[in-house]
Design a protein around this ligand. Structure first.
Ligand SMILES: [Zn+2]
Length: 241
């Protein structure tokens, strides 16, 4: 790795800023992201504390970020990290490994750090914080999806009502078909195919053969059954064990 230039970190950045004993809200997170997008220098954000976190204290990853594209392309413009390399360009954040907005609730401090950086100090704490972040991101995604599609609710309910009509008509058809079949055979067709399988038993002189024919339960047509079982009389169909 080539030698990287040192960055002059102002004392104001290194000073502790225990301003966040309450969990920072979305407004703070938006402010941090906008500042990074505008300046490319997370270590200069007014609320960032640029000193090493204690390894035994819990951390919460509030959100993730990447440096602006122009900074990512040039290693000299990467950000120093208070966990591990506090005055040389060290991280930029990528889609696969975005940098972290790390909140240390017991210190009331926010540090803007690289993706893996806190893991070197406390692997278990890092992994727990990462799992919690993923769970919260997933939940947020679901809430946003519902909020975005709430206007479709009326259409969805109308579709359910419409499909209920079709289901009732299909049920009436099934009952009608069952009556017609019962008129000329003892075979109860629907009862024998309702799980999507038709079990057929035929007798030979010494052995009983069981043939199982899989049919798609959503497309049963009476004509369709006559071909595969052309050699089987319907009077035997209700004799399966
Ligand atoms: Zn680091």
């Amino acid at each position: 790795m080539r030698k990287r230039n040192r960055i002059d970190i102002p004392p104001s950045a290194r000073a502790s800023k225990p301003w966040f004993f309450e969990q920072p809200d979305d407004e703070i997170i938006t402010e941090i992201k906008e500042f990074i997008e505008k300046t490319g220098k997370p270590y200069l954000w007014r609320g960032h504390t640029h000193n090493k976190p204690p390894p035994d204290k819990p951390v919460v990853y509030l959100d993730e970020f990447c440096l602006p594209k122009a900074c990512r392309r040039d290693e000299d413009l990467w950000s120093p990290c208070p966990c591990c390399h506090d005055d040389i360009p060290w991280f930029m954040g990528t889609d696969r490994e975005p940098a972290k907005i790390a909140w240390f609730p017991e210190e009331g401090i926010i540090r803007l750090i690289g993706h893996h950086c806190f893991a070197a100090l406390n692997r278990e704490g890092h992994e727990q914080a990462l799992r919690d972040l993923r769970r919260r991101q997933e939940h947020k995604k679901h809430v946003q999806f519902v909020a975005k599609n709430i206007h479709l609710l009326d259409k969805a309910l109308a579709a359910i009502d419409h499909n209920m009509e079709i289901a009732e008509l299909l049920d009436a058809f099934r009952q009608c078909l069952q009556r017609k079949l019962a008129a000329f055979t003892r075979f109860r067709l629907y009862d024998n195919i309702r799980n999507g399988q038709l079990i057929v038993t035929t007798r030979s002189s010494k052995l009983i053969w069981i043939r199982t024919a899989r049919r798609k339960s959503n497309a049963p047509t009476f004509a369709g059954f006559s071909q595969p079982f052309a050699d089987t009389s319907f009077s035997n169909l209700n004799e399966h064990p």
